[in-house]
Ligand binder design. Structure first.
Ligand code: ADP
Ligand code: MG
Length: 583
């Protein structure tokens, strides 16, 4: 008999229940109230009492209401049909509804149970298999979607029966496996508890290649590894969402999962309306065909935000087990941390810094650690690359969520108010931002081979130009234009050249938005050649004027088709200037 209980206390979404049997941490339960059932999760057990966080408004819930425990943790349903879906944090399908609001106590099935999928078997009767081994494949859009032995299966099984090629629904039996405890049937879908990492793989080596994003500040200066982690902290309005969407559109990934914990309600609606319209620049098809969106509807309380990032990560791990490259984008993880804070405060736990839970750092690290590249049991590779945004209150990068995330993520793309104010987008601060992957010998090797020998050295040289330019600008500010030698002006303008040509990128221009690595390298080489030169100018005014002219031509190049006639014309203009003034 499952445990049940009676409500004895309510503080907003935190409800205390007196239980008649054992309950476990993170178990899911349902409150029966006013003729509906509200879903909740156990977050603390203390003797007979369980504290549960309710995923919906607790309006009208009263002492004495009954609670039924399920003996199950919060689970996500995994199977074909996840792509092109929009879910909330509890995997309710939001596309089947009018608007984005579910009625309270209403839960919708995650996968379409009627749709038929064309299954092709890939294993054979008699094969020995274990959890996550591939039994067959269906085509989800144009992506191969592997049907796997459920992750929860322990030990070895023999395939006793495997469905022949044909059309099946997600709930039809597609295999019978014989294990130690007898025969078990397998369908095309399975469930998995979201807070547990799926670890059905052989090993998780260090990342060894980069994931191209088409965004120059990332790829050229601070590349993110495939299977790597990064985060984008930035004050409100600095371009976090635009940058993440640019990465989603162009990132070299097979599957994209967007977890939107909207800052404002209209952002969530925007993602619903805009994302399905986007065209994938790599294939010319709708980006949504290989995307799953998990978002929190604005009528959902904070507790559901916490669930959504886990649901998103679990879906990523599922596709990774098929040998695919998955990209997870979470915007913004601060909302998730705030949900943790609210619950911890209501439970009157001893607070950590800024009233966040004391284990905030561990929670964030554990979450980021679920990303990564893995070698599957069959030797193939899959990866989950994770980029989260953080919105620190008042742009203060010393606040606990940013600090904790900094420890967990390997790439740091700090957006800066100052740059955003000057419309220097993406407003990534080139000096404070970093990618630890540049220090990995595997990654340096990879860049040597795929981009160019000695690439990392070039990147460092570029960063140096930016740093020196900033120092020169500081000096000019203090001593005045005439108070410094001409070389300072030159240094400053060289860094401006890097800034305008390499760092800045218009996310809304059809050509500039997507800059492949080959083009990035070409532009960087041109810019570095100029920076290596010394120039002869009459005075600082001429220096500024000529550099501005150059920058203008460069920007026109960025807006032109790579190596088109127009592109070459601008290039020739730049060369003329360099010849005229360069020593
Ligand atoms: P945040 O998510 O940090 O609050 P947004 O991503 O919504 O900020 O960006 C705010 C605005 O900044 C955008 O509406 C857009 O006008 C501008 N912006 C941001 N990034 C770029 C970019 N790369 N190119 C052009 N405009 C940008
Ligand atoms: Mg935003």
């Amino acid at each position: 008999m499952a445990t049940s209980g009676i409500i004895t206390g309510i503080v907003s979404n935190l409800v205390t229940v007196s239980c008649d049997g054992p309950v476990s941490q993170n178990e899911i339960c349902y409150i029966s109230t006013q003729g509906t059932k509200l879903m909740a999760e156990v977050i603390k057990v203390n003797g007979r009492y369980a504290s549960i966080q309710v995923f919906e408004s607790t309006r009208g819930v009263k002492n004495g209401d009954r609670v039924e425990f399920t003996d199950k943790m919060l689970e996500v349903t995994l199977g074909p049909g996840l792509l092109s879906s929009c879910y909330d944090g509890l995997q309710n399908d939001l596309t089947t509804m009018t608007g984005v609001f579910l009625k309270r106590g209403e839960y919708t099935p995650a996968l379409d149970s009627e749709k038929k999928w064309a299954f092709t078997p890939e294993a054979s009767v008699g094969d020995t298999v274990e959890a996550a081994d591939w039994l067959g494949e269906v085509k989800e859009g144009w992506l191969p979607h592997k049907i796997m032995v459920p992750f929860s299966f322990k030990g070895e099984y023999t395939i006793k029966w495997l469905a022949p090629a044909g059309e099946y629904t997600v709930n039809d039996k597609i295999a019978t496996l014989t294990g130690e405890e007898g025969d078990v049937d397998v369908t095309m879908c399975q469930k998995w508890p979201v807070k547990v990492a799926i670890k059905c793989y052989k090993e998780k080596p260090r990342p060894e290649r980069i994931m191209e994003t088409g965004v120059r500040v990332i790829d050229t200066l601070n590349p993110i590894a495939e299977g790597g982690t990064g985060f984008i902290p930035g004050p409100f309005g600095c371009g976090k969402t635009v940058l993440q969407h640019a990465i989603a559109k162009q990132g070299d990934a097979d599957v994209i999962v967007m977890a939107a914990c909207g800052e404002r309600a209209n952002e969530v609606v925007e993602i619903f309306t805009e994302f399905p319209e986007l065209i994938d620049p790599h294939t010319g098809r709708h980006l949504m065909e290989r995307t799953t969106i998990i978002c929190n509807t604005s009528n959902m309380p904070v507790a559901a935000r916490e669930a959504s990032v886990y649901t998103a990560m679990t879906i990523c791990e599922y596709y990774r087990a098929m040998g695919l490259k998955v990209l997870l984008l979470a915007d913004s993880t601060s909302r998730w941390a705030q949900a943790l804070r609210e619950m911890s405060n209501r439970m009157e736990e001893l607070p950590g810094a800024d009233a966040f839970p004391v284990d905030l750092s561990a929670i964030i690290s554990n979450f980021y650690a679920r990303a990564g590249m893995v070698v599957l049991n069959n030797g193939k590779r899959g990866s989950v690359t994770f980029i989260g945004t953080v919105s620190p209150a008042g742009g203060n990068l010393k606040e606990p969520v940013t600090e904790s995330t900094k420890k967990a993520a390997r790439c740091f793309y700090a957006l800066e108010q100052n740059r955003a104010d000057k419309k220097r987008y993406p407003s990534v601060n080139p000096i404070d931002s970093y990618s630890k992957y540049l220090e990995y010998p595997e990654i340096a090797d990879y860049l040597d081979k795929t981009v160019e020998h000695g690439w990392v050295e070039k990147v460092n040289r570029t960063k140096n130009i930016i740093r020196k330019g900033k120092d020169a600008a500081d000096q000019i500010n203090i001593l005045g234009d005439d108070g410094v030698p001409m070389s300072y002006h030159e240094m400053f303008w060289k860094s401006e050249l890097v800034d305008f040509v390499i760092l800045q990128q218009d996310a809304f221009d059809a050509i500039d938005a997507l800059c492949p690595l080959e083009r990035q390298r070409y532009m960087l080489d041109m810019v570095l050649d100029i920076c290596a030169k010394e120039f002869e100018f009459e005075d600082f005014e001429e220096c500024a004027a000529k550099f501005k002219e150059m920058i203008n031509f460069f920007r026109q190049m960025n807006y032109s088709e790579f190596k088109s006639a127009q592109f070459e014309i601008y290039k020739a203009e730049i060369e003329k200037l360099v010849e005229q003034y360069g020593k």
